[in-house]
Ligand binder design. Structure first.
Ligand code: ADP
Ligand code: MG
Length: 239
C-alpha cells in the first residue's frame, strides 16, 4: 500500500530523512517511533505528498506518487491526516469542521452535513454538531479531528502525535477508539509517536528511527527481545 524506496529529504544542509526504505501492507498498522527530531514527521509528510523527496521514490498502491521530479497532488492520494496541533477551525462548528473535506466532492450541503453527522456518531460526538471547538474538551477535540480525517473514507490514515498533550486515560480511550475504527474501516494506519505508553498499546509492527535512518524494524516484542543496538535497548527501556 505504501512503499518508500531510498527516500532522502534535506532542509538546507540538514538531512531530515536519510535513505529510508520500507513498505506497509494494505490494512495494516505501523507505528513509527523514535526520539524527537529523528525524522518521523518528515517521513509522514513525504507519504502525504506535502514534501518532495530530494532522492528516492514513494509508491502508493503500487504506483509512483512522489519522486524528485513529480508529485501526485496530496488531495488525490486518498489519505487522511491528524496532526499534533489538530488544526480545527475555531470559527466553524463541529459539523462544519468535519464536513470541510467534503467541499470538493459532488455531495450537496445536505449530504455533506449527513455524512459529517454520521462520522460524529461514529466517534461518539452525536449531539455536539452545532458547538464550536473551544466548547469541547481536549479529548473531544481529538475525536473531531479524527472524524474530519476519516470523513472521506481514506484508505490511509496518518497520525502525527496528536495525543501528546492528553492524560493517560484519555490517550487510552482515543487509541481504543482508533483501533476499533481501524477494524471497522480497514484503512492502513501509520501512527507516529515517541511515547512508550502509546506505542506499547498500538504497536504491532514498529519502525524505529534515529537521525533520519531506520535503526530497527519489526514486531515490538521482537525489538525488545533482540535489540540490535544500545540505542534500541535504551529507547525501548529494555534492561
Ligand atoms: P520528528 O518528527 O521525529 O521530531 P522531524 O521530521 O520533524 O522529526 O524533523 C527531522 C529533522 O529535520 C529535525 O532535525 C528538524 O529540526 C529538521 N526539520 C524538520 N522540518 C524542518 C523545516 N521545515 N526546516 C528546517 N528543518 C526542518
Ligand atoms: Mg514530529
Amino acid at each position: 500500500m505504501i512503499r518508500l524506496e531510498n527516500v532522502t529529504k534535506k532542509y538546507g544542509s540538514k538531512i531530515a530523512v536519510d535513505g529510508v526504505s520500507f513498505s506497509i501492507k494494505e490494512g495494516s498498522i505501523i507505528t513509527l517511533i523514535g526520539p524527537s527530531g529523528c525524522g518521523k514527521t518528515t517521513t509522514l509528510r513525504l507519504i502525504a505528498g506535502l514534501e518532495r523527496p530530494d532522492s528516492g521514490k514513494v509508491y502508493l498502491n503500487g504506483k509512483p506518487a512522489s519522486s524528485p521530479r513529480k508529485i501526485l497532488d496530496p488531495c488525490k492520494r486518498n489519505i487522511g491526516m491528524v496532526f499534533q496541533d489538530l488544526a480545527l477551525w475555531p470559527h466553524m462548528t463541529i459539523r462544519q469542521n468535519v464536513a470541510f473535506p467534503l467541499n470538493g466532492t459532488k455531495a450537496d450541503s445536505h449530504e455533506r452535513a449527513a455524512q459529517a453527522d454520521e462520522m460524529l456518531r461514529t466517534v461518539n460526538l452525536h449531539g455536539r454538531e452545532k458547538q464550536y471547538p473551544r466548547e469541547l474538551s481536549g479529548g473531544e477535540q481529538q475525536r473531531v479531528a479524527l472524524a474530519r480525517a476519516l470523513v472521506l473514507k481514506p484508505r490511509i490514515l496518518l497520525f502525527d502525535e496528536p495525543l501528546a498533550n492528553l492524560d493517560s486515560l484519555l490517550k487510552r480511550e482515543i487509541i481504543d477508539m482508533l483501533l476499533e475504527l481501524h477494524r471497522k474501516l480497514q484503512f492502513t494506519l501509520v501512527y507516529v509517536t515517541h511515547n512508550q505508553e502509546e506505542f506499547s498499546r498500538i504497536a504491532d509492527k514498529v519502525i524505529l528511527m534515529r537521525s533520519g535512518r531506520i535503526e530497527q524494524e519489526g514486531a515490538l516484542e521482537q525489538l525488545k527481545k533482540e535489540p540490535r543496538t544500545d540505542f534500541v535497548r535504551r529507547f525501548l527501556d529494555v534492561d
